[in-house]
Design a protein around this ligand. Structure first.
Ligand SMILES: Cc1cc2nc3c(=O)[nH]c(=O)nc-3n(C[C@H](O)[C@H](O)[C@H](O)COP(=O)(O)OP(=O)(O)OC[C@H]3O[C@@H](n4cnc5c(N)ncnc54)[C@H](O)[C@@H]3O)c2cc1C
Length: 427
């Protein structure tokens, strides 16, 4: 149900609220008959949590709050930019998912969390919860480059957005690439951890392939704080010598989006077009709600601190943290891969945790897994599958095992994987 103002007033009045005159913001929904779980964020993690909560705990009311009306998959979006997959495969209606699985979807921007009152604030009103699943993904830390220079941040976001979060930036990037007639395109890769570690290289491959196949006299410069993975470095060298230039160990010091220049520790680089990817952090709401972890010196880690085995926020067992926003899972390997597959697993684990708590039983500690497909060569196509699994060691720490498989002759396994995931999330 899309919440128009009239519907919202009707619901709020039915709930006995007096939205026009009261000091308190109005309730968006009538008081829950039983207990209610509110899921904030309808991406991979949130959709999975909502769907599994309905299946595992049908006695709980489940409400999903998401700012966008439709879901757009970032997995396979690089192939979509290259024209290799249909947009229909990637776009799904969140309302239809809610209907299929039997939860309530409200399209709304969540503006604040009040953990003391267990209340979520949106521009239209509030929703109270018994348990909250926070799955708002990441934000871009433009302040690392621009401080509080709002004009520069707005310019970078409006003209050189990196399309790394769901929303309109993907279509804008596609249009920018279509309109690019030649010159220097620069892409900055953020310092780790960031969402989908191999995806920037896959995107570089796609862009170089577009330059070559469209005969665009363009050159893509990758400013990379790390050296690129070997397989990509080899293919860049073999197939796109004139199209891709990699600058390894390049840390961005400052960016001028008006003059179109980037300063690194070694060089000043001028660009005609850019994909500017600042450092990444947990999404805004995790900061607003005071959920960000601290390092040993007391500085914010940038990510939401969770109990690694039960996924609740540290110090708040009513709030579960799911997806890319979470902090390190283990001192042995740091962060889980920030992948859609893993976020969906975390959503299911959070649902199991909440279902157990609602029944008054001790939740079992469960661990996620990740699977990622990445294109490592466009012509002829070659891909790589990265599988990551976890177990708990005798001393209680989580151990990671990663396997990489090259496939010199892929036959659409990535599309089949995506269809399986969409089937689970959307019904
Ligand atoms: C180019 C690219 C390629 C990728 N390829 C793969 C791949 O092949 N395989 C893979 O597994 N992963 C891949 N990923 C990573 C994957 O997309 C992410 O790991 C996944 O989206 C994380 O899920 P999430 O639920 O944490 O966050 P998201 O999917 O970003 O969902 C967060 C949701 O919260 C909403 N939200 C945020 N704030 C608010 C608010 N205040 N109010 C209301 N709603 C809000 C957002 O609109 C969004 O819908 C790729 C990512 C990119 C960018």
């Amino acid at each position: 149900m899309s919440f128009t103002r009239r519907k919202f007033l009707a619901v709020a009045l039915a709930a006995g609220a007096a939205p026009l005159f009261a000091q308190e913001p109005p309730a968006l929904l009538p008081a829950a008959k039983g207990r209610r779980v509110v899921v904030v964020g309808g991406g991979w993690g949130g959709l999975s949590a909502a769907r599994h909560l309905r299946a595992l705990a049908p006695e709980l009311e489940v409400v999903l709050l998401e700012r966008n009306s439709a879901f757009f998959s970032m997995p396979l979006s690089n192939k979509w930019l290259a024209g290799l997959v249909d947009e229909k495969l990637l776009t799904h209606d969140t309302r239809a998912a809610a209907q299929a699985h039997g939860y309530t979807f409200i399209q709304a921007e969540v503006t604040a969390l009040d953990r003391e009152r267990r209340r979520v604030h949106t521009a239209q009103g509030t929703v109270d919860y018994d348990w909250l699943v926070l799955a708002v993904g990441i934000r871009h830390d433009y302040a690392a480059w621009f401080g509080d220079d709002r004009r520069a941040i707005d310019e970078a976001r409006a003209r050189f957005a990196c399309a790394w979060t769901p929303g309109g930036e993907f279509r804008a990037l596609q249009a920018r690439l279509d309109n690019f007639k030649g010159g220097d395109l620069v892409m900055t890769i953020p310092p780790p951890p960031y969402r989908c570690q191999l995806a920037p290289y896959e995107r570089a491959l796609v862009i170089a392939h577009l330059f070559k196949s469209r005969a665009v006299p363009g050159r893509l410069t990758l400013l990379d704080p790390n050296p690129p993975p070997q397989r990509f470095a080899d293919v860049f060298e073999e197939q796109y010598k004139g199209q891709i230039q990699v600058v390894p160990h390049a840390r961005v010091k400052s960016v001028d989006p008006f003059a179109k220049t980037i300063a690194t520790e070694f060089d000043d680089i001028r660009f005609d077009e850019a994909i500017l990817m600042p450092p990444q952090q947990a999404g805004d709401l995790a900061w607003q709600a005071g959920l960000i972890g601290r390092d040993k010196d007391g500085k914010p880690t940038g990510w939401a601190a969770q109990d690694p085995l039960h996924l609740h926020a540290l110090g708040d067992e009513r709030v579960f943290l799911v997806g890319d926003l979470i902090d390190r899972a283990s001192p042995l390997f740091g962060h889980y891969p920030k992948s859609g597959h893993l976020a969906a697993h975390l959503g299911r684990i959070a649902a199991q945790e909440i279902a157990a708590r609602a029944r008054g039983v001790a939740p079992e500690a469960l661990l996620p897994e990740s699977r990622c497909f990445v294109t490592t060569r466009m012509e002829p196509q070659e891909s790589m599958r990265v599988d990551t699994q976890y177990r708990v060691r005798g001393d209680g720490l989580i151990v990671q095992t990663t396997k990489q498989n090259f496939d010199p002759n892929p036959r659409g396994e990535d599309v089949e994987w995506a269809k399986g995931m969409f089937g689970e999330l959307f019904g």
